[in-house]
Design a protein around this ligand. Structure first.
Ligand code: FHN
Length: 439
């Protein structure tokens, strides 16, 4: 019997299936009007608090301790029994964020260790069932955020070192976990979607989901579109982002950059350096750790933190600054102090950040620019001469003044650009801001 026609039929069937999968995955994603409004809010908000908190904080060695120390699941499951954050005070956390000038909080609902920081009915591997504390900290935080007008995002790890169906395993969480060398990845994704449904149903308005961990199984079929559509169906205004270090996938609403400003790659994460047209966010640690790390005393100072916020705004990106709370539920005093210092600066100069967009000039060695309406803010971060010449962008200047006290600034516009005369006495070692009113 001549098999050729069957071969041809089979090949076209396979091609058909692949093209269908590709087309549905790549199917154009149109954000709803609510989602577009959220994107505007997000870009105006500019500044958020990232919180990496979980049972791993008990060991004081960061959020990767299970993988770093290769702690098998059976043993790691003992740690929740030691997790009793009786000093946890959602009000204090939210007040701290507000006082720093932050408009939203992004907290780890589940990190790579697979432990749920909420009262999950899908798995009893959670804070209510497995810890002496027994209370739903996400509920307490969500209620407080709602009261204080602070929006709440949930970080959610796609990577899971605990779940038996996270199989085949990826680059991390190998055989040392002690899990059986078998499993059904789609069952794991069903589990993940079920837990996401809880988070998007039982905690009021959720501003968005901050995914992480896809990089553990780069080529797996993560059913992204199914999960993203689920989120947009449950909460149309919620923003989806995924820290996969690639160009955004259809269904995503913002793009994050870890420890880098958009387009930079000092960490080696963003090999693709793909900066899309979605709203952008840069996340960074306030010391050198995401989760609480006892030995980490690399606390960043006021100037570094404020300039990071300003530079991110100059790149048109938000700044999501992370703290790793301690196992007792308190924030490290050094971090509370630094956030207070940032808050004092933002109270005075926040108008040159909030509601702005990056530009009109791209970032320069001397600093960045932000713009809002007919006003351009020149943020001089790294320049010490009284005369600074910057490129013109085709619009004429009506007036120039020091933002802080409205002292007029002399300026010259010619073919060489715009030369600003910054009085030495008006220079600020963190950020000298010149407000330009354009014609
Ligand atoms: O592995 C995680 C890490 O623990 C942390 O959550 C950061 C936050 O952006 N993201 C991953 C590392 O790229």
């Amino acid at each position: 019997m001549d098999m050729k026609p069957i071969g041809v039929a089979l090949r076209s069937l396979v091609l058909l299936v692949i093209s269908y999968q590709l087309s549905s995955a790549q199917e154009e994603y149109k954000p709803t009007p609510e989602n577009s409004r959220s994107r505007e809010w997000f870009q105006d908000a500019k500044f958020g608090l990232f919180i990496h908190w979980g049972v791993y904080s008990v060991l004081g060695d960061g959020e990767w301790v299970m993988n770093q120390q290769q702690i098998p699941v059976k043993i790691y499951e003992k740690i929740p029994g030691f997790f009793n954050p009786t000093d946890f005070d959602a009000k204090a956390w939210v007040q701290m964020a507000k006082g720093a000038g932050m408009k939203y909080i992004t907290i780890t609902s589940k990190h790579h260790d697979g432990f749920a920081m909420w009262d999950s009915k899908v798995s009893d591997y959670n804070i209510v069932k497995r810890t002496p504390y027994g209370k739903d900290v996400l509920k307490m935080l969500a209620d407080e955020c709602k009261k204080e007008g602070i929006k709440l995002f949930f970080y959610h790890s796609q990577l899971d070192w605990h779940h038996p169906d996270y199989f085949p395993r990826g680059n991390t969480g190998g055989s040392w976990t002690g899990r059986a060398e078998s499993g059904d990845f789609n069952k794991y994704l069903d589990y993940m979607d079920a837990q996401l449904t809880e988070l998007l149903t039982n905690y009021g308005d959720v501003a968005g989901i901050w995914f992480d961990g896809m990089w553990d199984r780069k080529d797996a079929d993560w059913r992204l579109r199914k999960t993203y559509d689920l989120i947009h169906k449950l909460q149309p205004a919620a923003l989806v982002g995924s820290n996969h270090h690639r160009a955004p996938y259809p269904g995503e609403d913002f793009q994050m950059f870890e420890k880098d400003l958009p387009g930079h790659n000092t960490t080696g994460f963003s090999t693709e350096k793909a900066v899309g047209s979605l709203p952008k966010e840069t996340c960074e640690t306030i010391n050198n750790s995401w989760g609480f790390s006892l030995k980490d005393e690399q606390h960043k100072g006021k100037k570094v933190l404020i300039q990071y916020l300003v530079k991110a705004a100059g790149y048109g990106a938000n700044f999501l600054l992370n703290v790793g709370p301690m196992p007792n539920g308190k924030i490290q005093p050094e971090h509370i102090a630094s956030l207070k210092e940032m808050g004092d600066w933002v109270k005075e100069f926040g108008g040159t950040i909030y509601g702005t967009r990056g530009g009109p000039l791209t970032a320069r060695d001397w600093g960045v620019t932000t713009q809002k309406g007919n006003t351009v803010y020149v943020h001089v971060l790294n320049w010490f001469d009284e005369s600074l010449t910057i490129p013109s962008w085709g619009k004429k200047i009506k007036s120039a003044k020091i933002y802080k006290d409205k002292t007029p600034v002399k300026f010259l516009e010619n073919d060489y650009g715009i030369t600003l005369r910054i009085p030495k006495a008006k220079m600020d070692e963190v950020d000298t801001i010149i407000e330009l009113e354009m014609k």
